[in-house]
Design a protein around this ligand. Sequence first.
Ligand code: THU
Length: 136
Amino acid sequence: MKPEELVQLAKDARARSYVPYSGFAVGAALLCKDGKIYQGCNIENAAFGPTICAERVAVFKAVYDGEREFEAIAVAGGRAGEDITGLFPPCGVCRQVLREFCDLDFMLYLAKENGEYEARSLGEMLPMSFSGADMK
Ligand code: THU
């Protein structure tokens, strides 16, 4: 799967976002090492705190299905109902959740306008990260 295709699947997932409070739709597409893909969208809540990000929906769907090895994720965010207008960087909580299951060479494709994207490794996005290996 080419990064461009994963980016398009992340953009497509934005259509499923439930965002009555922020009006900001985020989509994610997670590529497993076995080739399967899991999409996610953000799902908001009137109490705000229970809101979940698109990236974590994708990861949790995959882990529930028995997936534990991941290659890359694409993310896209912007005003709901509109095309994205710029790069969307995943929040710190989602970076940490990715770190639980992914090595530092796991790739993130951050969608930009016109089908463009920026590629960053998890090591770049979450330097000096804490993981289970640090609990010795
Ligand atoms: N959001 C995500 O889906 N992913 C992130 O990495 C950061 C933020 C969502 C949560 C909320 O529904 C909206 O974007 C505005 O914060």
